[in-house]
Design a binder for this molecule. Structure first.
Ligand code: OXD
Length: 303
């Protein structure tokens, strides 16, 4: 059993050490492969075009939480996304930061600061702000717990609508009801055919007037032209985006200079090298013992 690593050099150095300590075979980069038959696991963000050169490949591990960048796996190859507390905590932090920034009118104050203007808006109590979180996976639940602890009125939305952690969760057939009570909407959904282009004009129209948008899902879920129209109409008050389509967002894109939009360059999380390596070791161990693969992706569903 050997893991072929194809990612950042800096990350590779940490993985090499962790694998050496665990006595597991680690191959740093395709150039170092001497026998393709030896490769049973591949860790990467995007795999090489032809995976059939590795006849004994059992699993491909995404070095991040997302897998929408991955092509379809050859038959029999498991896809695993990295499960690491650090990823969940980092995205939670970004979501809390962005939610607070919008809740406390920071886009407007940043704009005012640019021209030295001292002018105060009224303050809304957290408990009077209804937050709707789309995506009730591990990250969504963590963000919900933090925002609830701060007093926000949090509800969730997921495909199944299964209640979690005492939260009211709306299912796919209740999207309208969910949106109607989301003064501040957080998107943490994975990119799937169902969520691609989901946030469009009809979607925004179902939100309360002046709703705030926090987007840490995937850029392709958001129709940027519809966002601009919704901002101009006052339907959306302001937005914080960590993901865009394309990435990087071209520097002449309207959203960069729109004071109602704050953009960060997809920095919600960056997998901690050590935690990523530990996840890969857990995948190897599970493969060896025939146990369920940590982070296994349902390739039909896409997450
Ligand atoms: C990820 C991401 O999927 O950074 O890890 O979005």
């Amino acid at each position: 059993m050997a893991l072929l690593f194809m990612s950042l050099a800096e990350r590779g150095a940490v993985w090499a050490r962790v694998f050496e300590q665990a006595n597991e075979r680690f191959i740093l980069g395709e150039d170092a492969v001497t026998d393709p038959a030896e490769v049973t696991h591949l860790a990467c963000w995007q795999p090489p075009a032809d995976l059939t050169v590795y006849p004994n490949l059992q699993a491909v591990i995404s070095v991040g939480a997302g897998v929408d960048q991955m092509p379809a796996m050859p038959p029999g190859v498991t896809l695993s996304r990295t499960i690491a507390p650090g990823i969940e905590e980092m995205v939670r932090d970004w979501v809390v930061m962005a939610s607070l920034m919008l809740h406390r009118d920071m886009p407007q104050y940043l704009e005012q600061a640019g021209r030295g203007e001292w002018s105060a808006k009224g303050v809304t109590l957290a408990r009077k702000r209804r937050v709707g979180i789309m995506g009730m996976g591990r990250i969504g639940r963590l963000a919900a717990a933090s925002l609830s602890a701060m007093g926000f009125n949090v509800v969730g939305y997921s495909r199944s609508g299964t209640p979690v952690d005492g939260l009211n969760v709306f299912g796919a057939d209740q999207l309208g009801d969910f949106l109607a009570q989301s003064d501040l909407l957080v998107c943490l959904l994975p990119l799937t055919p169902q969520t691609e282009g989901m946030m469009d004009a009809a979607f925004f129209a179902q939100l309360p007037q002046g709703a705030l948008l926090v987007h840490a899902g995937r850029g392709k879920q958001l129709d940027m032209a519809a966002l601009r129209t919704a901002l101009d109409a006052g339907q959306i008050g302001a937005a914080m985006l960590d993901v865009t389509e394309p990435e990087p967002l071209p520097n002449d894109h309207w959203a960069w200079s729109d004071p109602r939009v704050v953009i960060t360059p997809h920095v919600g999380s960056s997998t901690d090298h050590e935690e990523g390596a530990r996840h890969a070791l857990a995948v190897l161990a599970a493969s060896r013992s025939g146990l369920p693969i940590p982070g296994e992706v349902d390739q039909q569903r896409g997450y």
